[in-house]
Design a protein around this ligand. Structure first.
Ligand SMILES: Cc1ncc(COP(=O)(O)O)c(C=O)c1O
Length: 383
């Protein structure tokens, strides 16, 4: 085993690949003297909207703001309810709370890890003002099916982890009333800092979002309503423009890595996230259910210099921050069980096959040793 750490996600090789082009982009922006909401953001918004197959895109400072502003643009606020799942990153729920609304959870499906659409109808009340499905790890919620369940209730897709993933050939984020993406550095399309964006086909939503991200300004002297300061900056937009043309290729590499894990990891030790046949996942992270002692495997891999991660150790309905919602252990049993079993393995597009060999080899050797121990334990004792 090499003594170099194997990170779960390593951004350094990606920087090496893009370094010269990123430097050119930075050099292009710096002499302009225009660093906020100028030509690079406008161009990136156009390019990203086009990539998603949407008419409009509105860049923001991060995806958490983008989710909040999407809700505010719909008029969602205090007294309203927004349906999502407890198996997601905390910002999905932070955004709902920031809008003034109350999060209402439905459980996930045990196979896809996605919102269980069979449970949505029962969660809808007269106060439900939006539904926020999450395309977790790059798998895609069937938004057409969700639409059949929720009728006219607006859908905001949290596609923060799903850049380039598709459902029946169309891009995640483009199905709902609005779709939100994060450009946090480790995302499939990552900036060199924070960034987010909302895509939509609706010109009214787009116009409202443009004002909301800039204090509610109509022009420099007139404020139509109270907004916030949440803008994607020119440098990040210029860098994202360098990476966007390579996104599909990077996603393909992630799929190849996921296929190797699924084909080569010790059979029976893991259950993999089920990707429906009409979905092409972008495998933002590779999370599987592990059926052994997870903490022991994590510690063993750690001792070999192989980093893992747990997405997510605590479901959101059981976090201290959501205690006021009154949920109890057992309320969302599928999410709770997945939180106990989920394990994220090394995944980034530039992962070398030889390094992947080491990760798979280390896990398989460990599993083989565990099988040996358990078969020794089950030997009949001598009289
Ligand atoms: C599902 C999900 N939603 C929202 C966010 C928030 O993104 P950002 O960090 O850009 O605010 C993230 C990022 O981790 C995420 O994974």
């Amino acid at each position: 085993m090499s003594n170099k750490m194997i990170w779960r996600c390593d951004l350094e090789p990606q920087h090496r690949y893009f370094a010269a082009a990123v430097q050119d982009a930075i050099n292009r922006v710096l002499p302009t003297g225009r660093y906020i909401l100028a030509s690079e953001v406008a161009a990136f918004e156009k390019e990203f909207a086009g990539y998603c197959g949407c008419r409009f895109a509105v860049g923001t400072a991060n995806a958490t703001d983008a989710l909040t502003l999407s809700l505010v643009a719909l008029g969602v606020g205090a007294g309203d309810e927004v349906i999502s799942t407890p198996y997601t990153a905390i910002p999905t729920v932070s955004a709902i709370v920031d809008s003034g609304a109350t999060p209402v959870f439905v459980d996930i499906r045990p196979d896809t890890f996605l919102m269980d659409l069979d449970q949505v109808a029962a969660a809808i009340t007269p106060r439900t003002k939006a539904i926020m499905p999450v395309h977790i790890f790059g798998n895609v919620v069937d938004i057409d099916e969700l639409r059949r369940v929720c009728g006219e209730i607006p859908i905001i897709e949290d596609a923060s982890q799903a850049h380039g993933a598709t459902l029946r050939g169309s891009k995640a984020g483009a199905f709902g009333d609005m779709g939100v993406f994060s450009f946090y550095p480790t995302k499939n399309l990552g900036a060199y800092g924070d960034g987010g964006i909302v895509v939509t086909d609706n010109p009214v939503h787009a116009e409202r979002l443009r004002k909301l991200r800039m204090y509610g300004m109509v022009d420099k002297d007139h404020i139509e309503f109270h907004g916030v300061n949440s803008r994607l900056d020119e440098l990040q937009a210029a860098i994202l423009r360098v990476k966007l043309p390579v996104l599909d290729d990077m996603n393909r590499r992630r799929r190849d890595i996921a296929a190797r894990y699924e084909n080569e990891l010790h059979a029976g030790s893991f259950t993999f996230q089920a990707i429906p046949s009409e979905v092409v996942s972008n495998h933002h992270v590779f999370v599987a259910r592990y059926h052994g002692n997870r903490e022991a495997l994590i510690a063993h891999l750690d001792s070999l210099g192989i980093q893992t991660n747990i997405y997510y150790p605590v479901p959101l309905h059981l976090q201290e921050a959501t205690r006021n919602l009154g949920y109890q252990p057992g309320d969302y049993p599928v999410a709770e069980q997945l939180c106990e079993e989920a394990l994220a393995l090394t995944m980034y597009p530039e992962l070398e096959p030889s390094v992947l060999d080491m990760v798979v080899g280390a896990i398989n050797a460990y599993e083989a040793s565990m099988c040996q121990v358990s078969s020794n334990l089950s030997l009949p004792t001598s009289p």
